[in-house]
Design a binder for this molecule. Structure first.
Ligand SMILES: [Zn+2]
Length: 313
């Protein structure tokens, strides 16, 4: 199971794990088209056995680039994929909270920032990237979405940027409704929910978690006019899922939910905890092939590889 996010053509002000260059994405798709048996997520677990590795392609958050840049590549190779939507931002110029941080750090004229006693230099690509990754990690560690929003507002304010932030035309821009429909009409793309506004479910009260899940499923159904069976947990780590999510998903008829635990899917995998490999721009070709073929000499190194780099999911 491969988990992508956005695809970018132009170089971003600083790199981010979640935005993979178009040429690398195309290379990955050419590889899986040639060597793998591509399965639709909705067909799991009933996929036939094959000598070629079974691979499912997924995208989280629903970036406009999934339509503009990824879809033509998927069409070229005839590859089906699933896109998980944050429905609050469809057809708006807004995006999930970490996109606001990325955009504020990309456009700020400020050359340094202090957060919790630590000073971050913002003078070049490398230190802006470090600030983005470290701040995302620290904000997620607050374990309260309300507190995260409060801290994010003050960081963004210190950067001289005010929210809401306009993401139109940026790599962080979220899909519009017409693009969602076009992707569906292509016959290659299935959609699933990814919560309404990308709140980590373990970091909100249970009723908020339920509303986040149910709103995303209802609006995705309205957008696509298709029954909803698929869901992806925001951030997707074992500690991010929370106590209410699986019950709410089952109640809403969700048969398959995906995480970002970097492991191979097997028939023994729990259908509401299906693992995926997060794929970002810095994943080498060797690692990409290892993910596909399951050839790891040291499993622990997968986590090390992804640690920190997987800023958002
Ligand atoms: Zn996500």
């Amino acid at each position: 199971m491969l988990c992508y996010h956005g695809v970018v053509r132009e170089k971003m002000p600083f790199g981010d794990f979640c935005f993979i260059p178009e040429d690398r994405f195309r290379k990955h798709m050419a590889y899986v088209a040639r060597h793998c048996n591509i399965v639709r997520l909705r067909d799991l677990p009933d996929v036939g056995s094959s000598k070629r590795p079974n691979v499912a392609i997924t995208f989280d958050d629903g970036y406009q680039s999934n339509h503009d840049l990824a879809l033509p590549v998927l069409q070229e190779f005839g590859l089906p994929a699933t896109v998980f939507l944050n429905t609050a931002y469809i057809g708006t110029c807004r995006a999930p909270w970490f996109c606001d941080l990325i955009e504020a750090l990309s456009t700020t004229k400020v050359t340094s920032l202090t957060y919790q006693g630590r000073e971050y230099a913002l003078t070049n690509r490398a230190n802006r990237r470090f600030a983005s990754e470290d701040l995302q990690k620290k904000l997620k560690a607050l374990r309260s979405h309300d507190l995260l929003e409060e801290k994010l507002n003050s960081i963004v304010g210190e950067l001289g940027v005010s929210r809401p932030i306009d993401h139109a035309g940026k790599p962080t821009e979220i899909l519009d409704k017409t693009s969602v429909v076009r992707m569906q009409v292509s016959g290659l793309i299935d959609f699933g929910g990814h919560t309404h506004s990308h709140k980590i479910l373990a970091h909100v009260p249970e009723d908020t978690a339920a509303a986040e899940i149910e709103t995303s499923l209802r609006l995705t159904q309205e957008l696509t006019n298709a029954p909803q069976e698929l869901f992806a947990y925001p951030n997707g780590g074992p500690g991010d899922i929370g106590s209410a999510a699986e019950r709410v998903l089952r109640k809403n008829g969700i048969s398959l939910a995906v995480t970002t635990s970097p492991k191979h899917y097997s028939r023994q995998s729990r259908n509401l905890r299906v693992p995926r490999y997060p794929i970002g721009g810095h994943i080498s070709d060797a690692w990409f092939r290892a993910f596909i073929w399951g050839q790891f000499q040291h499993y622990g190194s997968v986590r090390k590889l992804l640690k920190g780099a997987r800023a958002s999911s």
